[in-house]
Each structure stands twice: as C-alpha cells, then as structure tokens.
Write a protein that binds this ligand. Sequence first.
Ligand SMILES: [Zn+2]
Length: 397
Amino acid sequence: MIEDLLPPDYTLPNLIQLRFFSGKLDRGLQRKGESLMMKKIVFLLLLFVGIRNVSPVAAQPQSPASNFEIQKLAEGVYAAIRKQPPLMSFDPNNVFIINDDDVIVVDANASLAATKELIAELRKLTNKPVKYVINTHWHDDHIIGNQAYRDAFPQVEFIAHASTLQDRPTIGEANRQQMLTGGKGYAEHLRKQLEQNKSLAGTPITEEERINYRSDVAWLERALTEALSIKIILPTLTVEDRLTLHRGTRTIEIRYLGRGHTGADLIVHLPKEGILITGDLVVWPVPLVGSTSFPAAYSATMDKLLTLPANIFVPGHGPVLRDNEYLKLMSRLLTSLKDQTAAAVARGETLEQARKSVNLTEFRKLFTGDSMMRRILFGDYVSGAGVAAAYREATAK
Ligand SMILES: [Zn+2]
C-alpha cells in the first residue's frame, strides 16, 4: 500500500510555497534542510512504489463557473454549495437570506465571472435588492466578488470584521500578489503532473487527484485572466464582536467569536432557523489551518461556535453538514495541535524538531481515510502550515 509507505505527517514544500488562501509563505518550510528531506522522501517513495503504467490523460481544464448547486435550507434561505473538488484553489459556498424587502448574502466569490453567475441565479429566486454582503473574512476567495455586487446593486453595503480595513490592504494584498506571481507556474506544474500521471506526492496519480488538479488549473486560468479587472472593495460596515439584524420575524446574528482560520472570522447565525454559516472556520474535508491562522485560539473559537444552537451548518467550503460531529472533530484536532506544539516549544525544540514530535496520525486517519488527495491536503494545511502557525504562536508568548 502506498499509504503505508508515506511518513506519518508528511508535507509537500511545492504545495506550501504555492498556498494562496491560507496566507504568506511559511519561512520555516522553505529552509533548505527540510526541502532536502522532502526530496529524499519523494525519492524513496518512487524507489519503493515505482510508477504504474497508467493511460495518459490530457490536462483538459473544465470551466470552474456554474459549478454550484442551490439548496433550500429554510423558508427564504438558500445555500449555493460549490461542487469544485478541494485542492489549493476553489470558490466558497454562499448563502442568500431573502427577507421581506431585501436580500443578505453571505460571502462573495473568488471571481467576478462566478459571482455574476450566482447573481443571475439569485434573480431567479427574487427581484429584491441585495442590501448587505457579509464577507466572513478577507481572503481573496471570499471578497473578490464584492465588485460584482456593487455593479449589480449600487446601494449594497459590505460587512466584515473591523481588522479587515488594516489587514486586507497589507497582508491580503501581499497574498494576492503572491498568488498572481506564482499561479502560472503552479498551473503549469499541475498540468505536467497530469500529463505524467504523477501525484504531487510523487506517487502515481489517483482519479480523485486527477479531477482535483484539473479543477485547480481551470480555477487558476480564470483568476489570472480576470486579474487586471479586479478591484478589491473593502467593508463599508465593520463588526467588532456582534451585529444583530432584524428583518420581519427573522433575526440574523453576525458574530466574531475569536481568532481562528484568520484573525477576522465572522459567523452568521440564524437562531430561529437553526442555521450556522461558519465561513472558513469550518472547511471540509480537511480543516484549512494556514499561515494566517491562529491555532492556539482556534480550538477555543470552535468551542464557542459549538455552543450556538443549530442543526444545519454551512461550511466555508464543503457540503452542508446536518450535525456538529465534524466541528467537534476539528475542535479536538486543534486542541491537540495547540497542546503538542506548546509542549514541543517548552522542551526547547526547533520548528523542524516540533514537526517530527507533533503526532497527528490518529486525526489524519479520521480526516483523510484512504484518500491520497485528502492526505496531501492534511499534510499541507494541518501538518505543514498548521504546525508552523502553532509554533509561531507558542514562541511569541
Ligand atoms: Zn475560503
């Protein structure tokens, strides 16, 4: 089994260096020693596993637009659930809350084309105007589409956490420039992997990976084509802790529960409908703990999230969840990540040493099952950037 030959919590430097949404490059991971170690691992894998003779498949990108499904969650509440498979680049879920006189939208998209398509879908449901777009955080995939809402609804207001005004033009813009600079090379790298039937892990590519790589290539091509026409629109209304909107009998709670996926995660809670829209505090199938995340605070934020009464959970990415089991698992993982990394720091370990001593094997199995694709994501999101972020937090104290 290929899986058995993999080191327990491996990371892939080439993926980490091309991380788009989770933040800036992780300096620790770019150190030569680790890069050499990873090359050795890949080399050993090839030695042990060899490359199976699989039929070549051309890297045909498919349009990332029209890749969502509208699901009715309650009267007037609709989720647009993205069907793109997860890798490095994908659009978020969106929610329409249609009220007596207006519409509130949760999250914009990663592209103007995808957002325009979504607005066209909204117009099939209602002719009421969009009054507010809530950006659950300032990562590109949740904010770029603001521009399309402004064009379609000139009176629209954009709601985000107060820190967005400082962080988006600085950290957010640096991340965006990195994506634009590295995106072309990354897409080419994926195309090459597809042509050679090779996984990013160096092993023979699985069908699941093939689908995901193609989706990433298509997404990147769209992002790079649109890049020059994108203008980021910052929030016009900011929230520190809580904002409650009342629309007829509907109550819409917008809350900041603490740092987590970023320092600016807002959640939207509809208490009467039992609906919780989490933004990227919850990402399925593998939590996205990036270099702009705060693992030490994240588990406490998840625990607060779990106290809010709900039976329908809309994650930032992934399908609608009908119970909180996945959220509880995330909370346990984040607690373990935080505690183990803090213990490693207390023992005086370097980041490289902590990477070896922090053992997330049990969690990795629970999140990834038999999927090589998910193992790549876990290695990149959690064991890679997540441990580095937890280490940064623990050493900053
Ligand atoms: Zn996202």
